[in-house]
Design a protein around this ligand. Structure first.
Ligand code: UDP
Length: 325
């Protein structure tokens, strides 16, 4: 990969791990983050690094974005409104940041001819859930359910990035993150693993939404970061869309029980209907499992952390933080 990289959303959960990995590889790293869900504490271990430059601003600020893109060789675009709870609570910010923001990032990359990694999401598959390969059809609910706005914004980002690639030859790579977890993820915006681990450590009820029969696959953030950096290094990845996630599936009730067991917690499990947990008519997907054959065939990539090791890394981190997340 090139010598200097701009990471939008670099103070976020995944972003801060990307930044640390890039610095570890000897790169110069520029971070642009508006700290909406990101936190400077996420970069505490590297904040005084001589090859790190942090700008607190939004990707919607075209002049700032343009100046930063001009300075670097490549861009890793992770800045986005994420988290089911945030999307429900701040729908305008979600749509604006994800659509207009990415439009600005793409415009600047095109002007300066810079290669771009675009972070997308498994959410774009919508209610389709079983062994999702990259060409799988997408099944989304009505526009009256705010949850689906996120899937639409990120799908629009993908369309636009692929259009820049097709139309203008911009080198873009799209990674669709499935549920990604690890140290520094906060439960504040609804993410289930830090929420459950925090509840277990505090002895609070573990809040399983819906029936708990819905399942997910959780990938450790350092495996996800390795995928991103591997894709950026691989010329054949340009113009492609890649699932990034674990194929190891667990129900949410199973996850609650496992987290109880691994923390030695005596927390009760509290089953809460979706209507109470989120809002009336909330739609969830029953399964969401990636098919990661494509990235495995291209890079030989596969996760190194299993679910137990992934959970243990979150428990260790949250214990060190005093049990909060
Ligand atoms: N979930 C839950 N309790 C919580 C938070 C989330 O049961 O306190 C459920 C949520 O309804 C979903 C799953 O856990 O079925 C994963 O939720 P998350 O928001 O982490 O990710 P996503 O829904 O995007 O997969």
């Amino acid at each position: 990969m090139s010598d200097s990289i701009l990471v939008t959303g670099g103070a976020g959960f995944i972003g801060s791990h990307v930044v640390e990995a890039l610095l570890g590889q000897g790169k110069t790293v520029f971070v642009l983050d508006n700290l909406s869900t990101g936190r400077l504490e996420n970069l505490a271990a590297v904040q005084n690094h001589p090859r790190l430059d942090i700008t607190v601003d939004t990707i919607l600020n075209w002049p700032v974005m343009n100046r930063l893109v001009a300075q670097v060789d490549h861009v890793i675009h992770l800045a986005a409104a994420v988290g089911v709870r945030k999307i429900l609570e701040e729908p305008v910010e979600t749509i604006t940041t994800n659509v207009r923001g990415t439009e600005i990032v793409l415009d600047c990359c095109h002007r300066h001819g810079k290669k771009l990694f675009l972070a997308s999401t498994s959410e774009i598959y919508g209610k389709a859930g079983d062994r999702l390969h990259e060409e799988h059809d997408r099944i989304l609910g009505s526009t009256t359910h705010r949850r689906w706005s996120y899937a639409c914004t990120k799908a629009m980002d993908e369309f636009l990035a692929l259009a820049y690639n097709y139309d203008k030859g911009l080198p873009v790579i799209i990674g669709r993150f499935f549920n990604t977890v690890g140290p520094r993820q906060t439960g504040r915006w609804g993410m289930v693993v830090p929420t459950f681990v925090g509840q277990a450590l505090r002895g609070d009820p573990i809040t399983v939404y819906g029936t708990g029969e819905q399942s997910r696959c959780f990938c450790h953030v350092s495996d996800a970061v390795r995928a991103v950096l591997g894709l950026m290094e691989e010329e054949r990845a340009v113009g492609g869309v890649f699932n990034i996630g674990s194929e190891e599936e667990i129900t949410i009730l199973g996850l609650a029980l496992k987290i109880k067991e691994r923390t030695g917690s005596r927390s009760p499990i509290q089953v809460i209907p979706y209507d109470q947990a989120y809002e009336s008519g909330f739609e969830d997907m029953l399964r969401r499992q990636p098919d990661t054959t494509k990235i495995r065939n291209l890079l030989g990539w596969r996760p190194t952390y299993d679910l137990d090791a992934t959970i243990d890394s979150v428990v260790e981190y949250m214990r060190a933080q005093g049990g909060s997340g």
